[in-house]
Design a protein around this ligand. Structure first.
Ligand SMILES: C[S@@+](CC[C@H](N)C(=O)[O-])C[C@H]1O[C@@H](n2cnc3c(N)ncnc32)[C@H](O)[C@@H]1O
Length: 317
């Protein structure tokens, strides 16, 4: 497909191996969280969104539903919606249903199989909508598909912004400003600071789905890079880091062990962890300066009753 940007498979695999070896060589071992999302990881994430403990999806969905008309009227007509980290594009449908005369939809995601399937289902359900999927890392600059047209509007739901550090948010928002251009708008879903007693279960559910999601990263490394992680020797941990205002996901080695990867041996002590993801919890005031310095201004904030989650409308300045 002409409009599908993607790395060639051998190159993508070499980058994956490089990133994994780099992360596992650090004093605090780490793995980049974007690698959670192969087809199995995306399926597991969809299961997470339906868990009773996982409040973000249902809260953000309710905000979007409650204000869909107001959002649609602020976005106007002829919208080309560019969605960063689109996943199953479920929340997107609320906006697609509310917007009139859309020019097109550009979902961007690293999870190729899942993205292309989602794009196909959307084409069936919205036959008049031009859908232009882009497979790739949204942290790397890319151009809009040649045949996409309309007034660009960014959409970045799910508080995926919470996986980024401040410097990554600045890099991301700068690139989005350049891509979307003058007069563009941007809708961003942001998970807000709240008590750890609500946050920790959301990332450590009773049914063990988030644990399976976290462990799938090691399963994926075994599948794609031929390593020999013993999944039963690692355990999922979700930790609230109050100082950094973030949930950290880790995989803890349950015993001393050695893993073989890319011709190297990597030794883990019992209790040593691999840090796999940060999910930051924000105040709106902490984000505003990052938006202002990257060419955006905050126009409108929609919240749920408990102030768990915010949907922000930014415009380019
Ligand atoms: C937390 S999920 C959110 C999914 C969906 N937008 C939602 O609101 O439920 C993050 C999504 O972003 C994608 N993703 C994560 N990091 C990415 C990156 N660096 N580039 C492109 N997509 C990424 C994942 O594959 C996944 O679909």
């Amino acid at each position: 497909m002409d409009d599908v940007f993607e790395l060639a498979a051998p190159e993508a695999q070499a980058i994956f191996l490089r990133d994994v070896l780099d992360g596992l060589s650090r004093a605090q071992r780490t793995l980049p969280c974007q690698y959670f999302y192969d087809a199995a990881g995306s399926d597991l994430f969809e299961q997470i969104t339906e868990l009773p403990e996982y409040y973000p999806t249902r809260t953000e969905t309710a905000i979007l539903r409650a204000h869909a008309e107001e959002i649609a009227s602020a976005l106007g007509q002829n919208v080309l919606m560019i969605e960063y980290g689109a996943g199953a594009s479920t929340k997107t449908r609320i906006l697609l249903d509310a917007l009139e005369d859309m020019a097109g939809y550009v979902p961007i995601d690293v999870s190729e199989e899942f993205l292309l399937h989602t794009a196909q289902v959307l084409r069936t359900d919205y036959p008049a909508l031009a859908v232009h999927p882009v497979v790739g890392d949204f942290m790397i600059r890319f151009g809009l598909p040649d045949d996409s047209q309309g007034q660009p509007v960014g959409f970045f739901p799910g508080s995926t912004i919470g996986n980024l550090s401040d410097s990554e948010i600045v890099q991301f928002m700068h690139a989005a400003r350049d891509l979307l251009g003058q007069a563009s708008q941007f809708i961003i879903g942001v998970d807000l600071s709240k008590d750890a007693s609500i946050l920790v279960p959301a990332y450590d559910d009773a049914a063990g789905v988030t644990a399976a999601f976290n462990l799938n990263l090691l399963a994926r490394i075994n599948r794609e890079l031929g390593s020999d992680f013993d999944l039963s020797a690692f355990a999922h941990r979700a930790i609230w880091n109050d100082t950094a205002s973030r949930i950290e996901m880790h995989l803890e080695s349950l015993r001393p062990q050695t893993v073989t990867l890319g011709g190297r041996s990597i030794t883990f002590e019992a209790g040593e962890t691999i840090h796999t993801e940060n999910s930051r919890k924000f105040t709106i005031d902490s984000l505003t300066p990052l938006f202002e310095q990257t060419g955006w201004t905050l126009n409108k904030t929609w919240l749920d009753e408990k102030h768990y989650f915010a949907v922000l409308l930014l415009s380019a300045i």
